[in-house]
Structure formats: structure tokens, C-alpha cells
Ligand binder design. Structure first.
Ligand code: BG6
Length: 456
């Protein structure tokens, strides 16, 4: 990239900035992609652990990082942004809001007002969760649109930066064999799981306000659902891809608050309130069953599941095909397991197809489930880039394919809003033991449908 760019990172000494943004910017700078990076302004109330982070960086890159004490809620603090932008000439300004969501609006309004005074090309990047509910998301969009055009707004969902998630689109739309079977006639159900072993990790004050539904389901899991369910776009362009995702979000069956228990289950790990240090009914585990009301997916449940302190870290999307018809195998007492196509996103990055084979003992034996699989890293001989590397490059290049458009952000909230409302004041959260697969209610929920959870 030849153009000059400067980053203003609000929350510039926080966890995200230190763990993800600076290392990626440093890599892109050293590789020459960001050779015209002019400055990185780290704006934050205190310097925190920035010094420590700088000491392990390449000195040439570290000298580009400038710390300024900054309170995003104070209008007068934005003077420094004004002064620095003035000095930067025609440099492109990238405002990066690496902030807790309740501070987004302050930064949008105040920094937006400052940038209005300057002719520089600008972009604004906003971390998730984009708001707390539908109303606050609409408010954020309203404020954003006062100061920025949609093409300048980059709503981040870091899952979209993950190569094995993008690969879902490539596998679906670059292979003729899939399109014909990718529908209700062949697929019984789809399961999207992001199970984690970690707990609060010092993020209690953020997490307790948010919970699993807002932290993972409203964004990451719904985005995976869109990639799995959308129609092929007319062309692979940001707008056409996002149009197709929007159609899916709009087609998801809405349910009322009274119906929530039929479509959702939550849980909290039993040590949560001790770790947090206060009482709370925030869910650390959530399951949602969604139906897409269109010709392709009518009647096919999409199960979305996530939780903290579970048995294993596994992020997977599993397409479970229908059971075979007829009596094949039944005389022998063995009903073949249905086929499964699995996109494994973590811990490894694989695409696995599970199918039935005859064992060497011959036809009069039960078939055996076998696998065809591709491990992406082994296959391509290289580890896929970190999600933030892809996303930061796209931001600099102005490619919005992997970012959430305004209409998507609101539709995704619309889907989870009844669940938020229903759970908000209800103290009855089922508990589960850390190291398990969540509350027993989650198993009962899927078993009632005659199905079970599938994970590699
Ligand atoms: C973040 C959530 O968006 O995603 C975290 O805030 C979660 O709570 C994380 O742990 C999971 O992402 P990854 O990339 O580690 O699977």
C-alpha cells in the first residue's frame, strides 16, 4: 500500500490493542504492506502495560506509536486528535474503537465532529458487540451515519477474518457437487458450536453486562449461519455477498418472548458468581434453535451453541445430512449414521466429510463411519493468517466484504432481542459444572427433537 495512513486507537493500551492490533500492525509494517504507516496514536486513560508491550517490538515500529492520556467521554480531550490530524496533511485517518461498547457513542460523536473539520480520507472501525440490543445498535448506526458514510464504516466481527470460516463460501460455491444437496431435501439439521474452556479471564465487568448471547451468538455464530445458509451471490463482491447474508437474517423466523423457552436454553457455570464476586443471572452458556423460512431451508433447524468453561475448545459447523431411507442395514440391527460435513475452525482448521464404508468382513456387516478430511494448514503447507491480519489489511485496502453492514447489524439484534428480554429479569439460570458440556437442559433440548449434539 502506497498511501499514507495513521491509526488512532481509542482504548489504545487495552488488551485488544496490545495482544492483537499492535502485533499485526508491526507485522504488516515489517512486511512492507504498511510501509507508509505514519503514526499509531494510542489513546487511553493511562499508559497501563503499553511500555512493556513496546519493549518487545521492533524499535523502528515502536517509535511510530505515540501515547496520549485520553478520556473518550471528555470532549476537550479530542483536541489532540484535531491537532494531530492537522499535522498529518492528506494522510488517511483510521479511527479504531477498541473500547467497551458503552463508550462507542462518545468516540463516534466527538471524533466524528473533529474529522468533519478536515479533508482527510477517513475510516472508522468498531469492535463488537455493536450495541447492547436492537435499540442501542440503531442509535449507534444513527450516530455513525451523521459523521461517516457506510463505505467508511467497518463493523468488526473477528470470526469473519478467520480463513476456515471464509472457506465455507469457497467450498460451497466453487464445487458443483454441493449446491444440489445444500437444502432441506438432503440436510436434516445444522449445528454451529463455539465451546470454550476459558472463563472470565479478568473480563468480568465486560462479560457480566453482555453474557454469551451478546458476546458470541448475536455476532459470531449468526455470521457463520449466514455463510452456511446464504444463496450464492451473483458476483463475489462485498455488496452482493452482504445482500445475500441480509436475506438470510431477514428470513429467520422471529419468535415472541413467550416462545423463547421453545427456542433457547441458557446456563451459567457453577463458579461464575464466585469468580465475579457478586450475584448475577448472566448466562455463560447459550443455545438457540433457528429456522430460516425460505424454500431452501424450510423446516431445517439450525442449532447455535456456545459457552465458557466447557470441556473442550471447539469451534465447528456441522452439516448433518438425513438418514438413509429404507431398510439397508436394519436386518443386521445397524442403522448407518447420517453423513456429516464438518467445518472445523478451532482448535485445528479442517474440512471433514463423514460417510459410511463397508468393512473388510463384507456386505453382511454393519457399515463403518469413515472420514475424508483436509487439514488446511497441512494441505497448504502454511498456517492461515491471524483473523486480525486479514481484517486490518482489508480495512486499509477498503474491502468491506468481511465487515458487517448497517442492515445486518440491526437484523442480527432483532433475532436475539426476544431472548434478551425474556432472560433479563429471570433469576432461574440452570447451572453446569465447569469441564462439562453445559447444563443438562441443553441435551434435553436437542433430544426432544430426536437429535443429538455432534462434534468432531
Ligand atoms: C470474542 C469474545 O469475541 O471471541 C470472547 O468476546 C471469546 O469471549 C472470543 O472468547 C472467542 O474467539 P476465538 O477467536 O478465540 O475463538
Amino acid at each position: 500500500m502506497n498511501k499514507k495512513v495513521a491509526f488512532f486507537i481509542f482504548g489504545g493500551t487495552g488488551d485488544l490493542a496490545r495482544r492483537k492490533l499492535y502485533p499485526v500492525l508491526e507485522k504488516l509494517y515489517k512486511e512492507g504492506f504498511l510501509k507508509n504507516l505514519v503514526s499509531v496514536y494510542a489513546l487511553s486513560r493511562d499508559e497501563g502495560k503499553l511500555e512493556e508491550a513496546l519493549s518487545s517490538m521492533d524499535p523502528e515500529f515502536a517509535r511510530l506509536i505515540k501515547f496520549y492520556p485520553f478520556d473518550v467521554t471528555k470532549k476537550e480531550d479530542y483536541k489532540i486528535v484535531d491537532e494531530e490530524v492537522k499535522k498529518l496533511g492528506g494522510t488517511e485517518i483510521i479511527l479504531y474503537l477498541a473500547l467497551p461498547p458503552h463508550l462507542f457513542e462518545h468516540a463516534i460523536v466527538n471524533a466524528g465532529a473533529v474529522l468533519r473539520r478536515h479533508p482527510n480520507p477517513r475510516k472508522i472501525v468498531i469492535e463488537k458487540p455493536f450495541g447492547f440490543d436492537l435499540e442501542s445498535a440503531k442509535r449507534l448506526n444513527f450516530q455513525l451515519k451523521r459523521y461517516f458514510t457506510e463505505s467508511e464504516i467497518y463493523r468488526i466481527d473477528h470470526f469473519l477474518g478467520k480463513v476456515p470460516i471464509q472457506n465455507i463460501l469457497s467450498v460451497r460455491f466453487s464445487n458443483y457437487i454441493f449446491e444440489g444437496i445444500w437444502n432441506k431435501n438432503f440436510i436434516d439439521n445444522i449445528q454451529i458450536s463455539a465451546t470454550e474452556t476459558l472463563g472470565l479471564e479478568g473480563r468480568g465487568s465486560y462479560y457480566d453486562r453482555v453474557g454469551a448471547l451478546r458476546d458470541m451468538v448475536q455476532n459470531h455464530l449468526l455470521q457463520i449461519l449466514c455463510f452456511l445458509a446464504m444463496d450464492p451471490p451473483a458476483v463475489m463482491s462485498a455488496e452482493r455477498i452482504r445482500d445475500e447474508k441480509v436475506k438470510i437474517l431477514a428470513s429467520i423466523r422471529r419468535f415472541s418472548e413467550e416462545e423463547v423457552d421453545k427456542f433457547a436454553v441458557r446456563g451459567q457455570y457453577s463458579d461464575y458468581i464466585y469468580e465475579l464476586g457478586r450475584d448475577s443471572n448472566t448466562e455463560t452458556f447459550a443455545v438457540l434453535k433457528l429456522y430460516i423460512e425460505n424454500f431452501r431451508w424450510e423446516g431445517v433447524p439450525f442449532y447455535l451453541r456456545t459457552g465458557k468453561k466447557l470441556k473442550e475448545k471447539k469451534t465447528q459447523a456441522v452439516i448433518v445430512f438425513k438418514e438413509i431411507p429404507g431398510n439397508f442395514g436394519k436386518l443386521l440391527g445397524c442403522v448407518p449414521e447420517p453423513n456429516k460435513l464438518i467445518f472445523e475452525i478451532a482448535p485445528s482448521t479442517r474440512v471433514v466429510f463423514r460417510f459410511q464404508m463397508m468393512p473388510p468382513t463384507g456386505l453382511l456387516a454393519c457399515t463403518v463411519e469413515s472420514s475424508m478430511e483436509v487439514d488446511l494448514a497441512r494441505h497448504f503447507g502454511t498456517e492461515p493468517p491471524e483473523a486480525y491480519e486479514t481484517l486490518l489489511k482489508d480495512i486499509v485496502e477498503g474491502d468491506q466484504t468481511l465487515f458487517i453492514r448497517e442492515d445486518e447489524s440491526e437484523l442480527a439484534w432483532e433475532i436475539v432481542q426476544p431472548v434478551i428480554n425474556r432472560w433479563k429479569d429471570d433469576p432461574e439460570v440452570p447451572l453446569y459444572k465447569p469441564g462439562t458440556w453445559g447444563p443438562k437442559e441443553a441435551n434435553e433440548f436437542i433430544e426432544r427433537d430426536g437429535r443429538r449434539w455432534v462434534l468432531l
